[in-house]
Write a protein that binds this ligand. Structure first.
Ligand code: ATP
Ligand code: MG
Length: 310
């Protein structure tokens, strides 16, 4: 049962300024802001929700394809897809655009200034959900609004159950649009903040939303996650991380665990713990696709983390 993961495929460039923005951005001068930061540290990472989820699902041995539109500069990312055995079947290149990319400058206080260029991602709706291609699960993760709306509806039309994962795409939708996504979804995954925003925009409580889907999953960073399914609330503990290098992408790693559990018909307590351990493994590395493990590592760490066998 292969997953089709609709969402962004993007480059993330992270630059570390070894000073403090507040020493350079002066409150009484912001009407003529013109600052330049020397950034000795620079990392360029492969990212985007669909790329990240597909990468994590592959690590677990699950089956999936990212679906996204990318640009003329996709070459290095394509090589990464190939080197890691990720599917390029639903990746479309648009030669007049750049691949979506974020430029993130952080300072010593962990403040961030980010510029995001959507580029080819603005054409995400060009990808169509195929019927009869052996896709068993759909994912609607952040991309352009039109893409999210159309892909969700196309999954339903093709009879493919959908995991709705609105992430940072959530604020662009109003209550009616969000209620429609909820109606189309079989599962919804949000973090704490997004859960609050979803409830506020739709006028529905999380308990009410949970009754409309097979499962509503709310992640809470280092405090673990909660899965509301079939009238039961499963509390999923977080797994201990050896170091906290970079929390970006924990949500995507977690979602790959959800997909793996769904693909293998696992119960929610097990699926949630796989997802949770994925988040903890991810947080130990910088970037969103720089962690790796073998099946044996994962099984051993699952036992250590939760005191039970996988
Ligand atoms: N400090 C941590 N220690 C252990 N596990 C963590 C930690 N932070 C996150 N996780 C795991 O990852 C899951 C997802 O994290 P989180 O709730 O922060 O997602 P998110 O806010 O969507 O993250 P992002 O969008 O930055 O990827 C958590 O439910 C938890 O299981
Ligand atoms: Mg997230």
């Amino acid at each position: 049962m292969s997953a089709l993961i609709c969402g962004s495929v993007a480059y993330d460039t992270v630059m570390v300024f070894d000073g403090r923005f507040r020493d350079h951005i002066l409150a009484d001068r912001i009407h003529v802001l013109n600052v330049s930061f020397l950034v000795p540290g620079l990392r360029r990472n492969f990212g985007g929700c669909a790329g990240n989820i597909a990468y994590n699902l592959k690590l677990l041995g699950g089956e999936g394809h990212a679906m996204a539109t990318v640009g003329m500069d996709f070459g290095p990312y394509e090589a990464w897809f190939r080197a890691n055995g990720l599917s390029l079947q639903y990746i479309e290149r648009i030669d007049t655009q750049y691949t979506a990319q974020a430029y993130i400058t952080t300072d010593l206080d962990s403040n961030q200034i980010t510029a995001f260029h959507p580029g080819a991602m603005l054409f995400a709706h060009r990808g169509r959900v195929p019927a009869g291609a052996g896709i068993g699960i759909g994912v609607v993760a952040p991309e352009n609004a039109e893409g999210m709306i159309e892909h969700s509806a196309q999954f339903v039309a093709a009879g493919i159950p959908v995991l709705f994962d609105p992430g940072q795409g959530l604020p662009q939708f109003d209550g009616a649009q969000l209620r429609r996504f909820i109606g189309e979804a079989s599962w919804i995954a949000v973090n704490d903040y997004e859960g609050g925003l979803l409830a506020e925009r739709t006028g529905l409580s999380l308990e009410q939303i949970a009754t409309q889907v097979e499962a509503l999953i709310v992640t809470r960073g280092g405090e673990g996650s909660v899965i509301h399914a079939g009238g039961v609330v499963h509390d999923i503990p977080s797994a201990r991380a050896a170091t906290i290098a970079d929390p970006t992408g924990c949500g995507d790693a977690y979602r790959a665990g959800l997909l793996y559990g769904l693909q293998h018909g696992l119960d929610w307590p097990t699926t949630g713990r796989i997802a949770s351990l994925m988040g903890a493994i991810k947080i130990e590395q910088h970037g969103t696709q720089n962690h790796r493990f073998t099946r044996a590592d994962f099984t051993a760490r699952f036992r250590e983390s939760f005191g039970r066998e996988l």
